[in-house]
Design a protein around this ligand. Sequence first.
Ligand SMILES: NC(=O)c1ccc[n+]([C@@H]2O[C@H](COP(=O)([O-])OP(=O)(O)OC[C@H]3O[C@@H](n4cnc5c(N)ncnc54)[C@H](OP(=O)(O)O)[C@@H]3O)[C@@H](O)[C@H]2O)c1
Length: 286
Amino acid sequence: MSIVVTGATGQLGRLTVEALLRRGVPAADIVATGRDTTGIKDLADRGVVTRRADFADPESLAAAFAGAEKMVLVSASIPVDERLANHRRAIDAALAAGVSQIAYTSMTQANTAGTTLADSHRATESYLRERGAPAVVLRNSWYLENYTSQLPIVLQHGAFVGAAGDGRVSAATRADYAEAAAVVLTTEGHTGAIYELGGDQAFSLAELAATASAVAGRPITYTNLSADELVELLAAAGVPAELAGVLADSDLGLSRGELFTDSGDLRRLIGRPTTTLADAIAAALN
Ligand SMILES: NC(=O)c1ccc[n+]([C@@H]2O[C@H](COP(=O)([O-])OP(=O)(O)OC[C@H]3O[C@@H](n4cnc5c(N)ncnc54)[C@H](OP(=O)(O)O)[C@@H]3O)[C@@H](O)[C@H]2O)c1
């Protein structure tokens, strides 16, 4: 069995490769791909096949996906308005290679959510259906790391900021989502499924601040801003305008409950409780 993982040069894809290895998939049966494979030489040294695959370059995809039986298609980290065209090329190449399953990493409630990120995931899910692809949709909520990576600056200022109001997010660690992807790829009965994946305990950003405060032993609050104020603040902090807009738009989605799920799908797939917010914060502070 040969399993291709796209985005393996990135964080979720690499963790997915690690999870496949832990589940006993032989290294030689895993094809780890990205636009620049120099960063995954360590995986090649462990026997994983590494190949260049750029969704903008169909020839690279035909070569990278040759012989693949299954694929984890990690959504690309490129501007949202470029994602669909790139995902379509990846899906076309996977189908041309004859894969029997494509597990696509989408986003919570992608069928109905009103954010620009959800739009691009919904369009990709639609394309998978249109092509009759044997797909499994992994609708991931936010990464806990979106918050834990902010801890150094949050500790400096004693505050998280956002525009999410009282909305609750079912964030989970990348590692838990990666493990779920590996389970789907290595067990039967998932084709056609749509999994709404998220952490067991959803939290509001005020609850995030309270948990961070308790774990760090320092006062940390949550300051809620309007979306415009958040864009301004992020821009002043050097965040590119497109990304600042997407982040503020996503917080509005969060405020509407669009990153929440109580499906239990993640817990069921990985066969254990998901990593808690407090544990993720403690790990990040160590
Ligand atoms: N759920 C969330 O909270 C959340 C947050 C951020 C992003 N995301 C989405 O989830 C994805 C995975 O997250 P992550 O943290 O692992 O992101 P990441 O570390 O930035 O990795 C993104 C991966 O996408 C690959 N990629 C980008 N453009 C590509 C293209 N044109 N063709 C082929 N590969 C391409 C990159 O390859 P190279 O490095 O080789 O260029 C990289 O391996 C992201 O790409 C994004 O769509 C989700």
